[in-house]
Design a protein around this ligand. Structure first.
Ligand code: 9YT
Length: 133
């Protein structure tokens, strides 16, 4: 069994801060669960252009308000506490935070923990990508 605390993890390099968001990766590839689990904060007003071409992702809204736009068909879905969006087709999307949003995110395959977004809003599979948008 593995037990961790968000409050403790935020004091370590599990917490990654980027432009418009920060994320604490509570569960990573080296835990050998087959997925990773993150608590991500999207800052108020952020608009993130994302396309996880190498990962499937589910995102559950714990708090805050925003929207996600599916760029494949242009549909915009409101996000509020209790909403989950599931990127089952590696969907290209835009995430907009009307207020600060706290999200619980699961990635398959799991992140290594060093990933940052590349120019396409994706994470490389080797986790060594160093560019960000
Ligand atoms: C909302 C979303 O796509 N979050 C992705 C996870 C987070 N950016 C992270 O931990 O890298």
């Amino acid at each position: 069994m593995i037990v961790r605390s968000l409050q403790e993890a935020r004091k370590t390099d599990r917490r990654v801060v980027s432009e418009g968001w920060e994320s604490t990766r509570l569960l990573l590839k080296n835990d050998n669960m087959g997925f990773s689990f993150h608590i991500t904060t999207i800052y108020e007003g952020a608009e993130l252009h994302l396309h996880y071409q190498n990962h499937l992702e589910s995102v559950y809204c714990v708090s805050g308000e925003g929207e996600v736009e599916n760029l494949d068909d242009g549909v915009v879905y409101p996000i509020q506490p209790g909403t989950i969006y599931i990127l089952d087709k590696n969907d290209k999307h835009i995430l907009r935070a009307k207020t600060e949003m706290e999200m619980a995110c699961v990635f398959n395959p799991p992140l290594h923990g060093k990933e940052v977004h590349n120019a396409d809003g994706a994470y490389e599979l080797d986790g060594e990508e160093v560019s960000d948008k």
